[in-house]
Design a protein around this ligand. Structure first.
Ligand SMILES: Cc1cc2nc3c(=O)[nH]c(=O)nc-3n(C[C@H](O)[C@H](O)[C@H](O)COP(=O)(O)O)c2cc1C
Length: 306
């Protein structure tokens, strides 16, 4: 059997198949239905300083080959995350990556400081920078190089655990944001978050999403994700965790060929919460068929014409 382990920063994962933030809850739902012990890592849904109700409904709609969501970062807040979830993670053998969101640099720092102040076995943080910086006029952190680098640098001061900046595709040049993350001291970047989208009901003439615009995810965005990963691979030296539209081991291999060292399965979990494990088994079979001992030789190995 091939060696599926991968290393990001100083952390080794048993395999490269992770589940994406917001699509697997806090990783503790339905333990009787899904065995999470084989998953490479669980990225938990975005946590903010205070609990959030999120946006009013409708906040999810199906689209051709995907879905649009506008959940609005509904979450239990960091205090409950610490008191209720960290003890559960302590006895799980799946690595947990905590995703943090905030509306100011201080909020991200406050969340991280609270978690760093207690003992836990979480292996790192993924920072959702697709959030409006309320204090600086509402522009998203992830669209501005300076803000991204500052946020990364500040957070780097407070943790030795993995620091992963999650990139938005809704930018002019994703490589510039990736470089800012690298310059600020991130161990890795993950790409991509959802693509801005809209859905309209032609019969009622109404928007299908309360907030008018939402985040498109699922197979529809796979080509966008692949292009983003490949561009970022050519721009930075830190590892890339590919995200966007994967439903099979073939999709995973494509993301690895584009430059990912690991991947996150997102929307596909809604159809089948056990899909990550199935993809992992198929990936194993693929490597055996190809007589490959490890996946690392495939990272960024896509043959392009130019
Ligand atoms: C319902 C839903 C909720 C999400 N919530 C979060 C979140 O809380 N934080 C975050 O960083 N990304 C969130 N995402 C984005 C996913 O983690 C992922 O980046 C995106 O869906 C693309 O992957 P996919 O096409 O495999 O779903 C969410 C996605 C969906 C569909």
């Amino acid at each position: 059997m091939a060696d599926l382990s991968i290393k990001i920063g100083h952390t080794t994962f048993k395999n490269p198949i992770f589940v994406a933030s917001g699509t697997f809850g806090y990783g503790t739902d339905n333990p009787e239905l899904v065995d999470v012990s084989n998953i490479g890592a669980i990225v938990t849904k975005s946590i903010t300083l205070n609990p959030r109700e999120g946006n009013p409904p409708p906040r999810i709609v199906e689209t051709p080959s995907g879905m649009i969501n506008s959940i609005g970062l509904a979450n239990i807040g960091v205090e409950k995350y610490i008191s209720e979830l960290l003890p559960i993670y302590e006895v799980m053998d799946t690595p947990i990556i905590m995703n943090i969101a905030g509306s100011s640099i201080t909020e991200y720092i406050d969340v991280m400081k609270k978690v760093e102040a207690v003992s836990s076995n979480i292996v790192g943080y993924e920072i959702n920078i697709s959030c409006p910086n309320v204090k600086e006029g509402g522009m998203e952190f992830g669209v501005d190089c300076e803000m991204t680098e500052k946020l990364t640098r500040e957070l780097r001061n407070f943790t030795d655990r993995l620091l992963i900046m999650k990139l938005s595709p809704n930018v002019t040049d994703i490589t510039a944001i990736a470089k800012s993350s690298e310059n600020g001291g991130a161990d890795a970047v993950s790409a991509i978050n959802t693509v801005v989208g809209m859905s309209i009901d032609h019969k009622t003439k109404k928007s299908n999403i309360y907030t008018t615009y939402g985040g498109l995810s699922g197979p529809a965005i796979k080509p966008v994700g692949l292009a983003c990963v490949h561009k970022v691979f050519n721009a930075v030296k830190i590892p890339i965790i590919g995200i966007g539209g994967m439903v099979s081991s073939h999709d995973v291999i494509e993301y690895i060929l584009a430059g990912s060292c690991a991947v996150q399965i997102g929307t596909a979990n809604y159809r089948d919460p056990g899909i990550a494990e199935k993809i992992l088994n198929d990936l194993n079979d693929y490597l055996d068929e190809q007589n490959l001992n490890s996946i690392t030789s495939l990272i960024g190995a896509v043959k392009t014409y130019v």
